[in-house]
Design a protein around this ligand. Structure first.
Ligand SMILES: Cc1ncc(C[n+]2csc(CCOP(=O)(O)OP(=O)(O)O)c2C)c(N)n1
Ligand code: SF4
Length: 287
């Protein structure tokens, strides 16, 4: 891997169509910086994006990329990593993509613990489809389709991840650029499935979960005595509904990625084109 890669090497030549001020700009810039600063380059990086405003990131970043099907980015990332463990795999998408239609994949991706990074660009709304409530919207968040709010408590993605055996669970904020980069770098370097929920405000459809709101309310775990290797301490943070936190909430230092546990270290993209000896005899046995 080249050491002189700059974060701008991860920028594609496409002009983002995100609204001016959208949190997704900061989230993406931080991801590119973190990739460059961890010694990655566009040639070894595979980015899988979901569907949504957030999903457009697959077009705006220069790397191997796939803009997939709504809620289905994670299994594609897992498959790619297992087929070629040399790839740096990053998956990104919105809170709708990850925690409603893709919720099943999220839980099972966490369980499997393949070495990859999952960044959820959480704006607590469906942006692309023009402002409906998402799974992380507040109970009383009024939208055109939920005039009295969703009338149910939001999903707690960190709790889902912890319950599924998550080995790296974190929260960042797109506007706190330095901390966002630090957290994503730690996620990339974690051996296993690293989940970072990033608050990425939607300036067009969400006038509640704004930059000002997050700036005023976020408590940085780095400035507290929080020990991310302590699961009980992580639970306290995750179930504290009175405060918003940023930082690494939980990290299992004994994490062994799925592919290392099961000896999947071969780059399958280099498999010879002819079948292994005896393979055809085996196939004929079942005719
Ligand atoms: C199978 C399927 N169902 C529904 C949609 C419509 N759809 C497109 S994006 C989206 C939700 C977007 O919200 P989120 O994932 O939070 O991303 P954001 O746009 O806020 O970044 C929906 C429901 C779709 N494209 N495909
Ligand atoms: S609608 Fe919201 S999430 Fe989508 S680009 Fe605009 S500000 Fe960003």
């Amino acid at each position: 891997m080249s050491s002189d890669v700059r974060f701008t090497d991860f920028k594609s030549d496409k002009q983002p169509t995100w609204c001016p001020g959208c949190g997704d700009f900061g989230t993406m810039n931080g991801m590119m910086k973190a990739l460059a600063e961890t010694g990655n380059n566009p040639d070894n990086t595979f980015l899988v994006a979901g569907i949504g405003c957030s999903g457009k990131i697959g077009t705006y970043m220069h790397a191997y990329a796939l803009h997939g099907v709504h809620g289905r980015a994670l299994p594609v990332g897992i498959g790619a990593k297992l087929a070629n463990p040399n790839l740096e795999v990053m998956v990104a998408g919105g809170d709708g993509d990850g925690f409603s239609i893709g919720a099943g994949h999220f839980v099972h991706a966490v369980r499997r613990n393949v070495d990859m990074t999952y960044v959820v660009m959480d704006n607590r709304i469906y942006g692309l489809t023009k402002g409906q409530a998402s799974p992380t919207s507040r109970e009383d968040f009024e939208t055109s389709t939920t005039p009295d709010g969703p009338m149910q408590a939001p999903v707690n993605p960190h709790a889902l991840a912890l319950a599924a055996g998550g080995t790296f669970i974190a929260q960042s904020f797109s506007s706190d650029a330095m901390r966002h980069v630090e957290i994503i770098k730690e996620a990339i370097e974690h051996p296993g499935f690293a989940f970072v929920n990033c608050y990425s405000p939607c300036v067009t459809f969400n006038d509640v979960d704004t930059y000002d709101y997050f700036r005023d309310s976020l408590v940085d775990l780095k400035e507290t005595d929080h020990d991310p290797t302590d699961k009980d301490a992580a639970k306290d943070v995750i179930f504290d509904t009175e405060k918003e936190y940023q930082g690494v909430i939980y990290k299992n230092e004994a994490s062994v990625p799925f592919e290392d546990r099961w000896g999947i270290s071969e780059d399958m993209s280099k498999i010879e084109s002819k079948p292994p000896e005896g393979a055809m005899d085996l196939v004929r046995e079942f005719y």
